[in-house]
Design a binder for this molecule. Sequence first.
Ligand code: MG
Ligand code: ZN
Length: 223
Amino acid sequence: MASGTVVDITQHVLAGNDAAAAENRATLDAAGVIALNLMASPGAGKTSLILATAARLRADGCRAGVIEGDLATRIDADRVAAAGYSVAQINTGGGCHLDATMVRGGMAALDLTSIDVLFVENVGNLVCPANFALGSHANVVVASVPEGHDKPFKYPGIYAAADVVVLNKCDLAALLEFDAVTFAAGVRLVNPHAPLFTLSSRTGEGVAAWAEWILGRARHDFP
Ligand code: MG
Ligand code: ZN
């Protein structure tokens, strides 16, 4: 049956990816590096969030590295490098998500002994990144106020896959009539337990609490 064949191929691809993700995780654990997979729509402010968070972590003596995933260009990697962080750029050449093998290549280009936290900025996309494990310790969904409070209802899969949700650009909430209660209800519909941080990378509001969550997670995994 044709539809059965399609499912089988998909399962095969995902199984291969899971094996590569497990290898990545073992490499990260051996190096004592906690990795966060940042998933979001284009324009949610992933790179700005990474920079604001990494600066806060640096003040606490925690060293950040970054893998940037984009269809094309080094624009984000250049921003991160200019701020003084180790960074590897992955261009997917049109691919709409990162997979574990791509991330392995990015990890190989970084000195894992010189970092404590690895931010993996996935390709901007609220659909398929949720289906590809990378070997990270936590999936972070980055939402942003301009996207509107209905997105958890419309893209339940990625919110269900989140270990933690960050709502960025909270400084625009009043201007854009963003309903934080409805947003949170949408998250809870598919994900009852993931911590939810509301912040603004631009103003810095809420970034300290988010960075503290990362530090707590790192202390838990690598005491
Ligand atoms: Mg970016
Ligand atoms: Zn994809």
